[in-house]
Design a protein around this ligand. Structure first.
Ligand SMILES: [Zn+2]
Ligand SMILES: [Zn+2]
Length: 217
């Protein structure tokens, strides 16, 4: 079994869970959702001795993507994801950062857009790409069913789901994506989400009020 490790570094005033995921043997890894605080991320990468191979974005929100261009410049790697439906968000990161008080934001054009059905290599392992729109049109989830681990961005949270009160938000689409793409995953699947503590698919299936099925009585 490959030994995968993860470090979570909350970034920006929104305390978004930027995560560094790496393979313990080769020390090769990726940075997922570098929303900001790039110097902090670079220090973490250097101190741990990780060789970053790519930057991965789950979706185009400012707290997830606004540091990606700067980090790409420092590391000389490519940015993969999100789905192209979030292009409009990535083109207005500077404006969004002003609203949320996030310093140093840059708009960003990824090197590769990602689509449902493909896989992306993270820490030497293939992760399935699941397109889960609703929170944002281009939100992606990355899942590896062998090690039962997923990166869910702002689609699903411990006890909650992503907010959809944006002009482009779609709560029904979000719930549908969670039911059709995330709930089929094994109960044991652990996930890291964009904000707050992670959880497992089983725990959310059992107790998340947005997912739990109506009682039969
Ligand atoms: Zn978001
Ligand atoms: Zn977020």
């Amino acid at each position: 079994m490959p030994s995968i490790e993860a470090a979570i570094i909350p970034v920006t005033p929104l305390q978004q869970n930027c995560s560094i995921i790496w393979d313990h043997d080769s020390m090769e890894g990726v940075v997922v959702d570098p929303g900001g605080d790039v110097p902090v991320l670079l220090k973490e990468i250097e101190e741990r001795g990780i060789r970053i191979e790519k930057i991965v974005l789950t979706h185009g929100h400012v707290d997830h993507a606004a540091g990606a261009a700067e980090l790409r410049e420092h590391l000389g790697v490519e940015i993969w994801g999100p789905h192209i439906a979030d292009e409009f968000l990535l083109n207005s990161l500077v404006q969004a950062a002003r609203e949320y008080g996030i310093p140093g934001a840059r708009n960003v054009t990824p090197d590769h857009w990602l689509e449902e059905g493909g896989t992306i290599t993270i820490a030497k392992l293939p992760f399935e790409i699941l397109h889960c729109p609703g929170h944002s049109p281009g939100s992606l989830v990355f899942s590896n069913t062998d090690i039962k681990f997923a990166l869910v961005g702002d689609v699903l949270f411990n006890g909650s789901v992503g907010r959809t009160d944006f002009l482009y938000g779609d709560h029904d689409a979000l719930i549908n994506a969670i039911h059709t793409k995330l709930m089929p995953l094994d109960d044991e699947t652990q996930f890291i989400c964009g904000h707050g503590p992670g959880s497992s698919i089983g725990a959310e299936r059992a107790s998340n009020p947005f997912i739990r099925q109506a009682p039969s009585w």
